[in-house]
Write a protein that binds this ligand. Structure first.
Ligand code: SF4
Length: 180
């Protein structure tokens, strides 16, 4: 069964419907998030289950995975990130076009998890901004879906000007990420 998403808030009458541009764009963005799975270890396996027919991330318009950062707007980091890998992850983030969102999936991506050691990054938010953290070691597919739904809410309600705001630019600068 094909489920049509609800129309955004607006004014409706006989033969017409009016709403604002940012609501329409928010609806489109939220229902067509293209994930880039940056999977390095066991949490990646849970993501594979999330993509499978039982959980089917395609129900949320996110079945089109991108392994090129330039055609993705949702970076999903799943697994242990060694410090050596940090610059690679940052480069992938840099290459994604705005607007973009990031989910740290599982304890390792969120905080280093059980690997409190010299070689492991203690959370990807040390190098890139994170929008949603999914707890668990590993998280179940339902939790990963919940994380994607949280991103959908952010995308739906994000102001069109947010990415140009001083606040957003300052946040990126705090990560030494160049703004255009
Ligand atoms: S959080 Fe647990 S399951 Fe996920 S990558 Fe780390 S050790 Fe593996």
């Amino acid at each position: 069964m094909v489920k049509i998403v609800d129309a955004p808030e607006g004014v409706e009458g006989h033969g017409f419907f009016a709403t604002s541009l940012d609501k329409v764009i928010g609806m489109a963005r939220a229902n067509s998030l293209w994930p880039l799975p940056f999977a390095t270890s066991c949490c990646g396996i849970e993501f594979m289950a999330t993509m499978g027919s039982n959980y089917d991330l395609g129900r949320f318009g996110s079945e089109r995975l991108s392994f090129s950062p330039r055609q993705a707007d949702l970076l999903m980091v799943m697994g242990t990130i060694a410090k050596k890998m940090g610059p690679v992850l940052k480069q992938v983030y840099d290459q994604m076009a705005e607007p973009k969102w990031v989910i740290a999936v599982g304890a390792c991506a969120s905080s280093g998890g059980i690997f409190d050691t010299y070689s492991v990054l203690q959370g990807i938010d040390k190098i890139i901004p994170v929008d949603v953290y999914v707890p668990g070691c590993p998280p179940r597919p339902e939790q990963i879906i919940e994380g994607v739904m949280k991103i959908q809410e952010l995308a739906k309600h994000e102001s069109l000007r947010r990415r140009n705001s001083d606040e957003y630019k300052k946040m990126l600068e705090s990560y030494n990420i160049e703004t255009i």
